[in-house]
Design a protein around this ligand. Structure first.
Ligand code: 39S
Ligand code: ZN
Length: 852
């Protein structure tokens, strides 16, 4: 390894134990409240900064208390006020031209060497330099005349990041030193508290650009990756500033390395050897980009020091058929690499790490293959503690694995989490209402840090040093396997008796005819996706009921009142197919989990989904069954209020799994089918109650698609089957709808067709109906509702905008198949925008209908 730091500077070893990141919303969602009151204008930017500073300091001190070393960069500094990808956009000053007016309102100022242009909205914030709070949140939330940056799923998680918009002229420099300030704030705290030398966690330059989209108006063939050199130059300045502030390590997250869904080939014709003699050309493959970026970041340069670099590749397997990405990283001069040794190649029942311990297949099993050129000089941060699920680890087995990695090629082994802990709640000890036995099987973020610390100690000092902790963990794992409810013979028997007939409905033509007769809908029928605004009043009412301050009867009466209001509003607006509005649901997954056997739910187990929005993923721990009907009383009440059809509204098995913490002791396909059978009974009960249309939401079907292409066919097979198991008991005259979120459906058009739903609504407004031609050319010939209103922003589409989108749709597909609906549910919207937008949607449908 070439020496890349100044000759006399120390080269600190990587700490023995670390986590790749930590939740930032706060144990009591302090950040959510601080953000929402700042946005509402009831607090100031200074208030927000004060609260977030307190949160950051409390976090790093908590991590030290839990056993991470305070002096060596073991503590991840992974705070963000909104999103870690937006933080890089801010650091680079990469503000799209469409936000140019932001610059005019705040004085431009840049740190030394930045080439920020004059449109970056840069303003001094106190003594620091960077983009203003106003500009930061304008990108996240939009302005009066600009929609925000697009929100998209972060790999296969339920976290959403803000998509950077990069064009040939987008300013890119080292424009904001917040990352450095947040390092210094912990290392030299002004409150006189314990100093902590943290490790800044930053999205890596290659992943940043691979997740970017071309800025509007960029040339047809423009690739954001062509700005790699500019981005890397800015990162170099950032690293130099961090080194000057005293940071021993920085973590650059490069999860794009494990994804085949990134749209840029890993290796290819322009890969190694092809463009070697054109060093100036833009990288066209992921591997080119990685080599180039990290060669520059690690190149020695007089005067400019840098922290040592840990590259983290969470969410999957670096070593796969399509290319050995570990070899690629090992070939760079970074000092440490973090591997996800839990996830393996797919969300599978069996953690790869366990296979490895048994000598079976799986990424970790290729331990012997760690004799990769270059690795001997690096630290391998072995991500053996699952950052993505909440089961307490079998520490003895993990320690076996860690020991087996020793001497297989890496220079040193450190212990880490497989991913950031952003995706799990803070603390099991914060859940007084959990069954104590269940609580004993769980590890949230704080417990996981403890596990990492224990393993690191076991690895260094020998098993005996941690024997009590190993024994306790083993007891928890065994206790879980033997506990009542984990295996319920009646559920298993029902599953075992399934045959192909349970997965198939009558032919579509027969169903369509029966449904036409029964429903008698106009062409281009209008509907919504299910939820109406979740008002503060409803939440407060539910909170009072949950606390016991409101009786069941009073709560029920209040919900009925809300349903009646929503039904009346839809009749007034002239919608054709109505919904009940879902006011009784805290969340579309948690609500069902609270009413199914086999699940537990939490009180404080909040996990950030995007910005200030959070979810409490339920814990699916046992065999699933339905003690009694769940939605039938609300659906029948709503239906009794109108002559129009009201959709029954269920969340499908894949989405319930995707947004829960799921047991890891059996194949996901089996768990999905258990949920499907419970929902199948609900569909039957809705039918019996006279409900003619049942919507089964599979919002997360695309989200769970494995990042590894090799694992996708098996996933699509079991996910589609579980949906069909849910719905195929329905009579031909019952119309089955489904709803899918996120517009990147290109990879799964075939699976959408295989769901065999009568009507499918999909997000499409922001991509201007992009999905429609794909569906049409794939031969999709059932009902389709491409969203015509982007509900992710408070902007009200005009009836002209809606009818333009609608015309795009009917130009591509048989108008008899087209439905008119928003992109998604309306629970995050207000009533004012909802009423205005739906008025325009109905008017547009009528206009286009008349032109058919
Ligand atoms: N699980 C899930 N994942 C999803 C989605 C989804 O709907 N569900 N949608 C997509 C986008 N992601 C989203 C995630 C969260 C929210 C969201 O609105 N979350 C709410 C919480 C919803 C909830 O659980 N509501 C509860 C509890 C609300 C609450 O905070 N109550 C207060 C008390 C009442 C008050 O004073 O406000 C409290 O507990 O302190 C209820 O209604 O009962 C929030 O963060 O504010 C929206 C979209 C993708 N992923
Ligand atoms: Zn949706």
């Amino acid at each position: 390894m070439t020496d890349t730091t100044a000759p006399d500077s120390p080269r600190p070893d990587f700490p023995h134990a670390t986590a790749l990141g930590y939740p930032r919303i706060g144990r009591r969602r302090e950040l959510k409240r601080a953000l929402e009151s700042y946005w509402a204008g009831t607090t100031t930017a200074d208030d927000l900064e004060r609260t977030s500073r307190e949160l950051r300091l409390a976090t790093v001190r908590r991590l030290v208390e839990l056993g991470l070393d305070p002096g060596t960069g073991a503590v991840p500094n992974s705070f963000s006020r909104y999103d870690q990808v937006l933080d890089v956009t801010a650091t680079l000053g990469a503000i799209p031209a469409r936000f140019g007016h932001l610059a005019a309102s705040s004085a431009a100022e840049s740190v030394a060497g930045a080439s920020t242009g004059d449109r970056a909205g840069l303003a001094p914030t106190g003594s620091a330099t960077g983009i203003s709070t106003e500009a930061y949140f304008a990108l996240a939330r939009g302005t009066a005349d600009q929609p925000p940056l697009e929100l998209t799923k972060w790999f296969d998680t339920n976290y959403h990041y803000l998509v950077p918009e990069i064009g040939p002229e987008t300013p890119i420099g080292f424009a904001d030193d917040r990352i450095v300030r947040e390092f210094t704030e912990a290392a030299r705290p002004s409150d006189g508290g314990t100093p902590v030398v943290t490790r800044p966690v930053v999205v890596g330059p290659v992943t940043y650009l691979l997740l970017s989209k071309p800025e509007d108006g960029a040339p047809e063939d423009f690739s954001p990756l062509s700005r790699l050199d500019d981005v890397v130059a800015a990162y170099r300045e950032l690293l130099a500033a961090l080194a000057a502030a005293g940071a021993p390590w920085v973590q650059l997250d490069e999860p794009a390395l494990v994804s085949d869904l990134i749209g840029v080939p890993f290796d290819g014709p322009t890969g190694p050897g092809q463009d070697r003699n054109e060093p100036e050309s833009a990288p066209r493959t992921v591997s080119d980009a990685v080599r180039r970026a990290y060669a520059t970041l690690t190149a020695p340069e007089a005067g400019a020091g840098r922290p040592q670099i840990l590259v983290a590749a969470p969410f999957g397997d670096l070593r796969r058929e399509s290319g050995d990405r570990l070899e690629l990283l090992a070939g760079t001069d970074v000092e440490a690499i973090a591997l996800d040794l839990v996830r393996g190649t797919a969300p599978s029942s069996r953690p790869a790490v366990q296979d490895a311990a048994d000598g079976g297949p799986g990424n970790a099993a290729r331990g012997a293959g760690l004799a990769v050129p270059g690795l001997a000089s690096k630290t391998l941060v072995a991500g053996v503690i699952d950052g993505h699920n909440i089961w307490r680890a079998d520490l003895a087995a993990r320690l076996d694995l860690l020991e087996s990695l020793r001497g297989t090629g890496a220079g040193a082994i450190a212990v880490g989490t497989s991913t950031s802990l952003l995706h799990v709640p803070h603390d099991v000890a914060d859940e007084p209402r959990l069954d104590p036995a269940l609580a004993g099987w769980l590890a949230f973020a704080d417990q996981k840090v403890g596990e990492v610390v224990t393993l690191a100690r076991g690895l260094r000092e020998g098993r005996a040093a941690v024997e009590p902790q190993l024994a306790e963990a083993t007891a928890a794992v065994t206790g879980r396997a033997d506990a009542a409810g984990v295996v319920v013979p009646a559920v298993r028997d029902r599953l075992a008796r399934l045959s192909d007939g349970d997965f198939a409905r009558a032919p579509y033509a027969d169903r369509a005819a029966a449904q036409r007769t029964r429903l008698d809908l106009p062409p281009l029928p209008t509907t919504t996706i299910g939820s109406f605004p979740q008002t503060t009043e409803i939440r407060t009412t539910r909170a009072a009921w949950t606390r016991g301050d409101l009786t069941d009867a009073d709560y029920e009466a209040r919900i009925r009142e809300e349903i009646a209001r929503v039904v009346a509003l839809q009749e007034e607006l002239g919608l054709d197919v109505l919904v009940h509005g879902e006011p009784e649901r805290n969340d579309m997954v948690q609500y069902f989990a609270e009413r199914l056997a086999g699940f537990a739910t939490t009180v404080h187990g909040w996990v950030q989904s995007y910005g200030s929005r959070c979810v409490r993923p339920p814990i699916l721990w046992g065999d699933v069954s339905r003690p009694e009907p769940i939605t039938v009383p609300w659906a029948t009440y709503a239906a009794s209020l109108t002559e129009k059809p009201v959709k029954g509204m269920l969340t499908g098995p894949v989405t319930i799994l995707a947004w829960s913490f799921v047991r890891d002791d059996q194949p996901l396909a089996d768990t999905a089918n258990q949920v499907a059978l419970a929902l199948r009974d609900e569909v039957a009960d809705l039918e019996t109650a006279g409900i003619a249309i049942v919507q089964v939401d599979e919002a997360a079907l695309r989200e769970l698609l494995p990042l590894d292409a090799a694992a996708q066919p098996a996933y699509l097979d079991w996910s589609v089957r579980s949906f069909r198991l849910t719905t195929s008991g329905a009579a031909p005259s019952t119309q089955i709808h489904t709803h899918l979120c996120y517009s990147e459906f290109g990879d799964i058009v075939g699976a959408i067709d295989d769901l065999d739903a009568d009507v499918t609504s999909v997000e499409a407004a922001r991509s201007r109906m992009e999905i429609v031609p794909g569906l049409a050319s794939a031969g999709y010939a059932r009902g389709i509702g491409p969203g015509v209103w982007d509900i992710h922003s408070p902007r009200v589409p005009s009836d002209g905008q809606v009818s333009d989108l609608l015309k795009l749709a009917v130009a591509e597909i048989d108008p008899r198949l087209v439905w008119v609906n928003p992109d998604c549910g309306l629970k995050t919207r207000g009533y004012e925008e909802t009423t205005a937008s739906l008025t325009n949607l109905v008017a547009a449908a009528r206009e286009v209908r008349a032109s058919l």
